[in-house]
Design a protein around this ligand. Structure first.
Ligand code: ADP
Ligand code: MG
Length: 240
């Protein structure tokens, strides 16, 4: 479903991604771990065409992401993204946050968009907040709304960039629960996370990125119990 070949990204003369290649199958749940500044967010942003790339290739669902002929709106319908900061529109109710893009980009009728929003808000446990504003919600609730908003577009893959890092510890669990239920339903997911419990329990594969390259990847079992690369061992010794 996702094919990435020798992806390179420089910001000026800072070489952030130095040749990343990987293939991701439909319904795979990938956790990306690695030290701060290693290029994890840049990697996700390249996948979603939020950054242009220096060289290499990313193909998602047959879309060449950085081909000038690719319709970026179509691509972004395929790829949902959830950020560390919840990025909801503060002046809009929860409902309006959810229905805006589908009505705008996908030309879904308001009635259908509302029906869909209600279904997704039930799914993330926030139907009672449908008419409230983001500022009236806790961080965990806002992040669940952000996930529901991304799901409104029926994405084929969801990217999560440290979705729980900005949350108070007691709010992390409710967001992880929503992500787990998505994974169980078969959503293809790439999750940059420091939640090693989630990574161990929910992912099919863990990718360890350091210094802009994939240093090691494997099943949670392999990576946590038997890491092969010194850098991975060192990183895990600090976070586990
Ligand atoms: P991570 O998410 O793993 O912490 P990032 O992908 O955010 O790492 O950043 C990797 C490196 O790229 C860092 O050195 C960061 O300063 C640099 N970087 C990220 N975005 C930009 C940008 N827009 N302009 C210049 N440098 C950037
Ligand atoms: Mg980051």
């Amino acid at each position: 479903m996702i094919h990435i070949n020798n992806l390179q990204k420089k910001f000026g003369n800072v070489h952030v991604l130095r040749g990343i290649s990987c293939d991701i199958q439909e319904q795979e749940v990938i956790s990306i771990i690695g030290p701060s500044g290693s290029g994890k967010s840049t990697f996700l942003r390249c996948i979603n065409a939020l950054e242009d790339i220096t060289s290499g290739e990313i193909i998602i669902n047959n879309f060449k992401v950085h081909d000038y002929k690719t319709n970026l709106n179509k691509l972004r319908e395929t790829v949902g993204m959830v950020f560390q900061r919840f990025n909801l529109f503060p002046h809009m109710s929860v409902l309006d946050n959810l229905i805006l893009a589908p009505m705008d980009v996908k030309n879904i009728s308001k009635t259908d968009a509302i029906a869909k929003a209600e279904k997704l808000l039930i799914k993330v446990g926030l139907i009672d907040k449908i008419d409230t504003y983001p500022s009236q919600l806790s961080g965990g609730q806002q992040q669940r709304v952000a996930i529901a908003r991304a799901l409104m577009m029926d994405p084929k893959v969801m990217l999560f960039d440290e979705p729980t890092s900005a949350l108070d510890p007691e709010l992390v669990g409710e967001v992880l629960e929503v992500m787990k239920s998505l994974a169980i339903e078969g959503m293809t997911m790439i999750v940059v996370t420091h939640e090693m419990g989630f990574a161990r329990e929910m992912s099919n594969r863990i990718i360890f990125i350091d210094q802009g390259i994939i240093q090691e990847q494997g099943s949670p079992e392999q990576i946590f119990k038997n890491p092969q690369v010194e850098r991975t061992k060192l990183f895990l010794s600090k976070v586990l």
